[in-house]
Design a binder for this molecule. Structure first.
Ligand code: ADP
Length: 351
């Protein structure tokens, strides 16, 4: 695609002054980005793959649409920008700069070729066991850093875990992330985290929670690597809980002492009692080390889940073969695989 005015994004400084945001380091204001294509559909706008016309470098431009000037700058976007500016780690997507063009603000992020949801939706591509180990490890390394920085991600899922062709994974999308006070569970909303990756305490109405909500999500994603589909895929909150109980067993006071204190415990008390069948169901699909780690990550009582740093010390990573290996063979899959493109391809196939 050649550079053309409409497809390029010009920079102006004014709206950033209006939102009173301290400037990050700007490049030469004459810099233009050429849009290569759309790679994502975000909550407040589209995400584009774009090329920096001066350096030729590929970047992701996350557009933050402001419908009217009166509505102002979305608070979630502001939060995400502020958090990302503080975060510098190889497992966290890097925010390079902020641009403004025609009433929209763009976050310029390092470009990642795929996201996990997109790759898992690929019709042929499959990860080797050493690759899934590496990806799980990288997610936990990113989370360990976030949690140590006092940040809860609160939206762990495949489409927020970006992977480049070198097999490096980075956590993205901090729109729902929150700063928490260490050693104190905060009072938050429980309407966070996409249903399939939402832990039982949130489904039971907890508004006070901690880093263990992100750990449950890692357990779900790790299982998805092994079984090729989401492990708990309910259609609403009640069926999500039921799906979880059918595998992990209906929680009782014995295994989760504080469960009765949760706001919706009585309201959604299950009629049937299920036994835990996790080990039996997956003992032939997961290696022994993977089974122990996944079971711990998916502990019903959040207090029993390991922290990200503790999870990295499990035998699965430390002693069990094979050793973790970056899935660098991603270089071989043609095209970029993000959740957005994956869904588009499926739609086209259905026609
Ligand atoms: P939202 O916060 O609005 O949900 P996300 O940050 O999750 O938006 O981005 C939506 C999608 O765009 C992601 O699932 C991913 O596929 C794609 N995307 C986001 N950031 C990048 C990036 N840095 N590189 C490549 N693709 C990205």
């Amino acid at each position: 695609m050649s550079i053309n005015e409409q497809e390029s994004i010009a920079i102006s400084y004014k709206p950033l002054e209006e939102i009173g945001y301290p400037y990050p380091t700007f490049e030469d204001p004459a810099t233009l980005y050429e849009k290569v294509g759309q790679v994502g559909e975000g909550t407040y706008g589209k995400v584009y793959k774009a090329r920096n016309c001066k350096t030729g470098q590929l970047m992701a431009l996350k557009r933050i649409r402001m419908k009217t000037e009166k509505e102002g700058f979305p608070i979630t976007a502001m939060r995400e920008i502020k958090l990302l500016q503080k975060l510098k780690h190889e497992r966290i997507v890097r925010l390079q700069e902020i641009l403004v063009s025609k009433g929209s603000v763009y976050m310029v992020l390092e470009y990642m070729d795929h996201d996990l949801s997109g790759i898992l939706g690929h019709p042929e591509f499959r990860f080797e066991p050493a690759h899934t180990k590496s990806l799980t490890k990288q997610i936990l390394q990113g989370l360990a850093y976030l949690h140590q920085m006092g940040i809860l991600h609160r939206d762990m899922k495949g489409s927020n875990l970006l992977v480049n062709n070198k097999g490096e994974l980075k956590i993205a999308d901090f729109g729902l992330a929150r700063i928490f006070q260490k050693n104190r569970a905060g009072d938050y909303t429980n309407r966070v985290i996409t249903l399939w990756y939402r832990p039982p305490e949130l489904l039971l109405g907890a508004t006070s929670y901690d880093t263990s909500v992100d750990i449950w999500g890692v357990g779900c994603i790790m299982m998805e690597f092994f079984i090729g589909k989401p492990i708990f895929n309910g259609t609403d909150e009640i069926s999500q809980l039921d799906t979880i109980y059918q595998v992990m067993g209906t929680p009782t006071k014995d295994i989760w002492p504080s469960i009765e204190e949760l706001p919706w415990y009585e309201l959604v008390r299950p009629k049937e009692h299920y036994e835990n069948v996790f080990r039996d169901t997956y003992k032939n699909t997961l290696t022994p080390g993977a089974l122990i780690l996944a079971e711990a990550l998916l502990s019903m009582d959040p207090k029993n889940r390991p922290t990200a740093a503790e999870a990295l010390e499990f035998d699965y990573f430390k002693t069990e073969e094979p050793e973790a290996l970056l899935p660098a063979n991603l270089l071989n899959i043609a095209d970029d695989w993000h959740d957005f493109e994956s869904k588009q391809r499926r739609r086209l196939q259905a026609i």
